[in-house]
Write a protein that binds this ligand. Structure first.
Ligand code: SF4
Length: 565
């Protein structure tokens, strides 16, 4: 049995050392079960309560975390690798602390979910991810709706190599699953966006590293999302996050606040539960966003529900307490006063340009960025290498990921644009905005997720191809296909959203199908889509959506958007 991949870049001598190291672990070493007290200090005996909740009342996932911190299962990962064995029972949940999802029965393998601060990758890192997908995965990688990368079909024996390689690339998967702060997102064009108010990447990166380096910020009551919007025209769906920081300009005022660029803090976005984040009345300087988020997370850690998973997100604590108490408790953890400032005293933000980042756009430095459509986020390894080559040859050796499962290559001078476009076309990808495929989002679906009721990715690709052959849209339409109520593809914010369901047919069996919602949007077009049709067979989707969009094109009034149709 091959324990350490021969294709991992290590010398033979190093590989032998690693084999011996893992074998040594198998002979009995294991970490003591550590507990954590309310201040995040480690104790060798688990506490009788977890942040005030008696151990006997904890839900299953809380009990697992209480018995052994998920971050401490690395020895288990190594030992299971030795036997090419999958984790059992509670360790399946703990593996997610390292970004490893055992996705049986959909696939008998792991899915790796990375963390990519602000969705920004160097070409070196992008190539490294392609190598992981090539050496230990299925030969392709998936872009996610958190500007992240997932790689599937990883065997237990390869997990240590995958995690080490990720780390050596300057990346990590730590905390990308389970009850942790997830990938920090940022406006994908930030730093080269002519319309933005501030470059938010430094703040997104600072938040990313702060979370990684503070062990007490793991093991929340539930997952937690944070996003930075730089105030330009490109959306990052910040209002779908537990904390959405929106850059705003404060003009001259008589309220005692210096004019300048600040952030509004929006709280409790959770669109799977049909709720956007809302402004909480607070104005923050850029440097204040990190300590305020940390204070709020710690407040949530101490007070969130650890008995009922369905009520454990931040939203439910705020529903229970009210906003005022939430902010008072957050304030208690801060060394500076929260700045209350009315939203309507800030300048109105620019409207978002839906799918507007696709295609060629000028940067303030005279160069250009190119937004490229990667249908439903899936890229082959050869496409990934080609994209990295393009970014090296014509750009600034950087690739940005979007929350729309697409990507951007920045820093291309005018004189290299045509060569870059030709090279992009040669990959089989398209930089042009067709107003349709750029907003075509699909979750993993039944080929890789046990919760899925439908094969969303394949259905979405087929739907995109069908519609592209039938019509030309002059306004962007976003189509979101999600496989189940967990709403990873955020169907409630799509112009057309579909949630997978099983549909009964005449012989009593079931087939893939969807419940269809219409009229969703984010940011200045914020709306939760409403269900219009239910239990539609997947085989009928293409025709139904075609009819719907044809009716829109035929009957709309001048410039009428789909949402207002
Ligand atoms: Fe799986 Fe459901 Fe998420 Fe789709 S929405 S990836 S089916 S959990």
């Amino acid at each position: 049995m091959r324990l350490i991949s021969e294709n991992n870049g290590f010398t033979g001598e190093q590989t032998l050392f690693l084999k011996a190291f893992i074998s040594g672990l198998q002979q009995g070493r294991d970490l003591p079960h550590l507990g954590q007290d309310d201040q995040g200090r480690f104790t060798h005996e688990p506490e009788a309560t977890v942040h005030g909740t008696p151990v006997d009342d904890l839900c299953r996932e809380e009990r697992i975390k209480h018995e052994k911190n998920g971050l401490d299962c690395y020895d288990t990962i190594l030992n299971n690798a030795l036997e090419n064995r999958f984790p059992e029972a509670d360790d399946v949940f703990r593996y997610k602390f390292h970004g490893l999802f055992y996705v049986s029965p959909a696939q008998d393998s792991f899915m790796l979910r990375c963390r990519i601060a602000g969705g920004a990758l160097s070409t070196h890192q992008f190539r490294g991810l392609a190598e992981i997908a090539q050496d230990w995965g299925p030969g392709h990688a998936d872009l996610t709706t958190r500007a992240n990368v997932q790689i599937r079909e990883i065997e237990p024996k390869n997990c240590p190599d995958v995690l080490m390689k990720l780390s050596e690339l300057g990346l990590t998967s730590q905390g990308s699953g389970a009850d942790n702060v997830r990938n920090i997102t940022a406006t994908p064009t930030t730093g080269f966006d002519p319309h933005e108010l501030i470059d938010v990447m430094p703040y997104a990166r600072a938040m990313h590293h702060y979370i990684l380096k503070n062990r007490d910020l793991y093991g929340l009551p539930r997952k937690f999302n944070i996003s930075y919007d730089s105030g330009g025209c490109v959306s990052v769906c910040a209002d779908t996050n537990d904390i959405g920081f929106y850059a705003v300009r404060v003009p001259e005022n008589d309220l005692g606040v210096e004019p300048g660029v600040y952030f509004r803090m929006q709280l409790c976005g959770i669109t799977g539960h049909k709720q956007f984040a809302t402004d909480c009345g607070i104005l923050l300087t850029p440097g204040e966003t990190l300590p305020v988020a940390a204070a709020l997370i710690r407040m949530f850690i101490e007070n969130g529900d650890r008995t009922n998973r369905n009520k454990a997100r931040l939203k439910y604590l705020v529903d229970d307490w009210g906003l005022e108490k939430t902010l008072v408790e957050t304030q208690a953890k801060l060394a500076f006063p929260l700045r209350y400032f009315p939203l309507d005293a800030c300048e109105v933000p620019r409207p978002k340009d839906k799918q507007g980042y696709l295609g060629i756009h000028p940067q303030p430095d005279g160069k250009n960025y190119i937004g490229i459509c990667t249908p439903v986020g899936r890229m082959s390894v050869s496409q990934m290498h080609a994209l990295a080559d393009i970014a090296d040859a014509f750009g600034r050796s950087e690739i940005r990921l979007t929350v729309w499962q697409n990507l951007i290559i920045p820093g291309i001078p005018d004189e290299r644009l045509q060569d870059a476009i030709t090279a992009i076309a040669a990959t089989g990808l398209d930089h042009r905005n067709h107003h349709l495929t750029g907003g075509l989002i699909a979750c993993t679906g039944s080929r890789g997720c046990k919760y899925a009721a439908a094969d969303t990715k394949a259905q979405a690709v087929a739907l995109g191809q069908h519609l592209a052959g039938k019509m030309i849209l002059d306004l962007p339409i976003n189509l979101h296909l999600t496989g189940c109520k967990h709403s990873c593809a955020q169907h409630y914010i799509g112009d057309v959203g579909m949630m997978g369901t099983r549909v009964k047919i005449d012989d009593g069996s079931t087939v893939d199908g969807y419940n269809i919602v219409l009229g969703g949007g984010v940011d200045d077009q914020q709306a939760i889509a409403r269900e219009v049709w239910s239990n539609i067979k997947a085989s009928e989707i293409n025709g139904l959506v075609e009819q719907l969009l044809c009716a829109y094109l035929a009957q709309r009034h001048d410039g009428e958007s789909f949402a207002s149709f």
